[in-house]
Design a protein around this ligand. Structure first.
Ligand SMILES: C[S@@+](CC[C@H](N)C(=O)[O-])C[C@H]1O[C@@H](n2cnc3c(N)ncnc32)[C@H](O)[C@@H]1O
Length: 269
């Protein structure tokens, strides 16, 4: 089934009217093949869990030993986010996907949004996120009143509330999802956004135009086209895309892609 979805993701222009039918068909297929698909995917997810369980719950751990890029990363994200000119951020809720210990939540989202929810599969990271986001650390303030829910669950199983978030931010985690689960997650995220809401992904992107596997942490890096197509197929339109500047040489190029739902009458009627 994954091949079918992948073929579909790579189709360049799917008519808008086809989006809903197409996704419903795929959801059904997913239900029918649930056991098969879960058992064949479970090793992929299990291996990632095992990998992250060995990583210390620190900023350095979240950044693969490159803790020194934290400030640069947050600064790049901040510029990108401000240019989106999100309305009413100080009164609304954001979601941090694959949040780890809450590095992005505390340093990027909490200074802007009234409440921030986190979703993170690793239990130790989720527990640490509570302390990390709430307490001051050196000059960095904690945000005891801005921490919302911490959902300790894999994104493949996460069902966000509908119409809740003004911003969903997803950074360095989507490579841990299969193509099928990625598309289904994007659809659920679209449904979780309030009117005017944005979805931002910040991910490693391959230059080879191929999917590249990393067996060590059980993840993949995808080409830009795959994210673009998957977002479109999930009912989003891309409104801004920027490559992160000044990261050390030897890393994958990192892109920030902001999307908004296509008009409701097209996707949800
Ligand atoms: C590279 S770290 C990034 C953490 C955070 N986004 C950041 O930028 O600091 C990847 C995170 O994704 C989490 N993760 C891996 N697979 C996941 C899944 N299927 N669902 C949710 N989180 C996942 C890991 O436990 C880890 O916390």
């Amino acid at each position: 089934m994954e091949d079918i979805i992948k073929d579909n993701l790579e189709k360049k222009s799917l008519k808008r009217e086809d989006i809903k039918d197409n996704l419903e068909e795929k959801s059904l297929e997913k239900e029918e093949n649930y056991v098969v698909s879960q058992s064949s995917n479970s090793e992929f997810y299990l291996n990632a869990q095992k990998y992250w369980a060995k990583i210390p719950p620190t900023v350095n751990g979240m950044l693969g030993g490159l803790g020194y890029i934290n400030a640069l990363d947050i600064q790049g994200s901040n510029c990108f986010l401000r240019e989106l000119k999100i309305k009413d951020a100080s009164k609304t809720c954001a979601l941090d996907c694959g949040a780890g210990i809450g590095r992005v939540s505390k340093n990027l989202l909490m200074p802007l949004f009234a409440k921030v929810d986190l979703v993170e599969q690793d239990q130790a990271f989720a527990a640490k996120a509570h302390e990390y986001c709430v307490k001051d650390s050196g000059a960095v303030l904690g945000y005891p009143n801005r921490l919302g829910e911490i959902y300790n669950i894999g994104l493949q199983d996460f069902r966000p509330d509908v119409n809740k978030y003004n911003l969903v931010w997803s950074q360095w985690v989507l490579g841990h999802l299969t193509d099928v689960d990625l598309l289904l997650l994007f659809v659920r995220i679209r449904q979780s956004l309030i009117a005017g809401g944005h979805f931002v992904i910040k991910e490693n992107i391959t230059s080879s135009r191929q999917v590249e596997k990393d067996d060590e942490d059980s993840s993949v890096a995808r080409p830009l086209k795959m994210y673009e197509t998957c977002l479109k197929q999930a009912g989003f339109r891309i409104v801004k895309m920027t490559q992160q500047k000044n990261f050390p040489k030897g890393l994958y190029p990192v892109y920030m892609i902001a999307s908004r739902p296509l008009r409701k009458k097209i996707c949800d009627s």
